[in-house]
Design a protein. Sequence first.
Length: 321
Amino acid sequence: MIVDSYGRRFRNLRVSLTSACNYACTYCVPDGKRLQPAKEELEAEELWMLVELLVNSGGIEKLRFTGGEPLLSPKFDLLFSRAMELDFLDVSLTTNGQFIPKKAEILLKSGLKRINISLDTLDPESFKEIARGGDLKTVLEGINILKENQVEIKINMVPMLGKNENQILPLLDFCLERGIELRFIELMNMGHLRSGNQYLLEFLGMDKILGYIGERYEYSRTNAPYDSTAIRYEIPGKGVFGIIANNSEPFCSSCTRLRVSSNGLLYGCLSNAANFDLKPLLKTPEMDRPKRLKDALNTALKHKQDVSFTGEVTVMKFIGG
Ligand code: SAM
């Protein structure tokens, strides 16, 4: 097992099936680039071979499909149902939810138990302005279908000053009423946000988020798994919400995430563009693979930031959010 000086090791693998997305969220991707896949995206079997190699040598216990938009990828059905048949502690996905009604059959037939759905607003107009694609009604329909089938849902919201801060309480109420855990993600200074002043203008931190919530509810901090990225709060008798406070209270020192992008690059940290190209492994003779994999995992672990999330020029859509 590869462990670093902070005691960190990899337990969670995020697999980006494609970097194409049907949305162009203002904080993630400049408009016009949404459907752009990465150069040299791998075929399903190639990507799966890398996943298996990482799982077998990296101590991976949980798998999450992401992207881009994972449900947009023709690889999804095959790889998701295959992963669900294996012995992971958890298999899940992060999606914008737009294709859930279309994909409900395969999701449910494969035995989906948990899902993260990104939703920044319940207002159709601001939905259009932020997501710049899709429609709110279909996402809500998808949420209903999964709820009816007892799938555990977490909703991810990125609150932004002047954009959707007025949606913090409506989204929280929506989630509490439905037994859904809402996760507020502090805006990350990534990709195109690193140039210009959008990040500075829109960043809305944990204190402010809690300030809004405190106007309506009493809450107290509650338990979270040790390598959870979210700080969790309980509203007695109502439910739980979380804040992924990458800026206000970074979680880097207990991060166990590893990412493989749709073009076969291994990333040890969301906040570091450095990566290890796994594609040559696809052609490496079997006997030489363990050494290369060890090198890859060691390098990825060294790429983790020590204590704080500084952000990178890389875009979530490519690295796999
Ligand atoms: N398309 C899928 C979705 O929308 O959930 C998966 C990929 S998306 C990149 C994964 C998550 O990254 C979403 O919850 C999105 O809100 C978040 N995200 C992307 N860019 C971000 C940024 N700059 N700051 C905070 N969260 C970001």
